[in-house]
Design a binder for this molecule. Structure first.
Ligand code: KG4
Ligand code: ZN
Length: 354
């Protein structure tokens, strides 16, 4: 190990099993996990702040940072205990360093740097979206690149060509709101509250998805990009016109119709990418990948295309540290090591050098 904390190549080559202690604190979950050899999750501790932010109708960044500080050590400790692993057994520390809320990210990055320094273990900064994609490796043992992945979370909507471990080509992205952001804003507008995605998912089961026709937004010059702000405005306009006409809205019908409009576009663009790039496997990732209608629609679409469909189970769709441990493992195996100057980068782009 040199004096910036970087491990020399031969030191890691001598290890047999690789045990990654992973930390995630980019938004409102304080999380730590221990992952063995990249695909076996030994522990996955998530301390959610949902109750704290619910009263404000969304995540309050400063409150999130303070809560992370209160909980981080306890969460890390619990992850080690549940995994039955001592700090001395850990091979490397992986941590989300972006994108996300800067104050929230800094808590995880500082904790990881302190541990790496004190233990003289390698430090690996991980891109949060790369983590979401890698969540698919946990339960789909046969999944290997290349494949196409739709990443849909509260902050991102990306269609990604996963060319190799750690090698990504962005095929499409949202031009405005992320899919999860649209779920959260529409949920608030129809009075369901925060967090919007799971609430829309649940209530939609009782609604008619054909009740209101909302637009399927397409971006003129790119068949793989997304746009959700027009759809959000269409829902708001519908709600306003109902109010003006004195009509009561049916929450379940509006939720189901909105959800179908989002899912239709996600499926159509994803399958377009699959055909265009001749993909044999397709995966979904991120918080919105927990949506039951999206999962069912993607399963059916992939069956029709005769390709393999992969998805993480629900706990690995929303933010967690196990996915960071998996991504950290593949970075570690490629020889990636970061110094103690690793910083939180709130606007970090996928594929950008950390
Ligand atoms: O990946 P994630 O936990 O955090 C970010 O990286 O943003 O995603 C959170 C997003 C939120 O917008 C939440 O409403 C959405 O995922 N979400 C869902 C569902 N569960 C979570 N959206 C639709 N249906 C769900 N079941
Ligand atoms: Zn996320």
């Amino acid at each position: 190990m040199d004096d910036t904390g970087r491990m020399k190549g031969r030191e890691c080559a001598e290890q047999k099993d690789v045990w990654i202690l992973a930390i995630e604190s980019s938004c409102d979950e304080t999380a730590a996990a221990v992952v063995k050899n990249g695909r076996t999750v030994l522990s996955n501790v998530i301390s959610s702040q949902i109750d704290l932010h619910t009263i404000y109708g969304g995540v309050v960044p400063e409150l999130a940072s303070r809560k992370h500080i209160e909980r981080i050590n306890q969460v890390i400790q619990q992850a080690l205990v549940e995994a039955g692993v001592g700090l001395d057994q850990i091979t490397a520390i992986a941590v989300t360093c972006g994108p996300g809320l800067v104050g929230a990210l800094l808590v995880g990055v500082s904790a990881a740097k302190a541990l790496a320094f004190a233990l003289k273990k390698p430090l690996i900064g991980v891109h949060h979206i790369e983590g979401h994609i890698c969540a698919n490796y946990i339960e789909n043992k046969e999944l290997k690149p290349p494949f196409i992945c739709l990443v849909v979370s509260g902050g991102h909507s990306h269609l990604v060509n996963v060319k190799d471990y750690g090698e990504y080509e962005i095929l499409g992205r949202t031009r405005d709101d992320a899919a999860g952001e649209a779920f959260d804003k529409v949920a608030r507008a129809i009075g369901l509250g925060y967090p919007g995605g799971p609430k829309i998912d649940r209530i939609s089961r009782e609604g008619n998805p054909e009740a209101v026709h909302f637009p399927r937004a397409r971006v003129g010059d790119s068949e793989l990009d997304f746009s959700f702000s027009g759809l959000k405005s269409a829902v708001l306009n519908y709600l306003n016109s109902c109010t003006m006409q004195g009509k009561t809205i049916c929450q379940a019908d509006v939720a189901a119709s909105f959800q179908k409009a989002v899912v239709d576009v996600l499926v159509e663009h994803s399958m377009h990418a699959v055909r265009k790039y001749g993909a044999k496997s397709f995966a979904i990732a991120g918080g919105v990948a927990a949506n039951s209608h999206l999962r069912e629609a993607m399963i059916a679409a992939c069956r029709e295309e005769k390709i393999t469909f992969c998805s993480p189970s629900l706990v690995y769709c929303t933010d967690n540290a196990a996915m960071i441990g998996v991504a950290g493992y593949y970075e570690y195996m490629k020889g990636v090591r970061h110094g103690y100057d690793l910083n939180a980068v709130p606007g970090l782009k996928l594929g950008e050098k950390i």
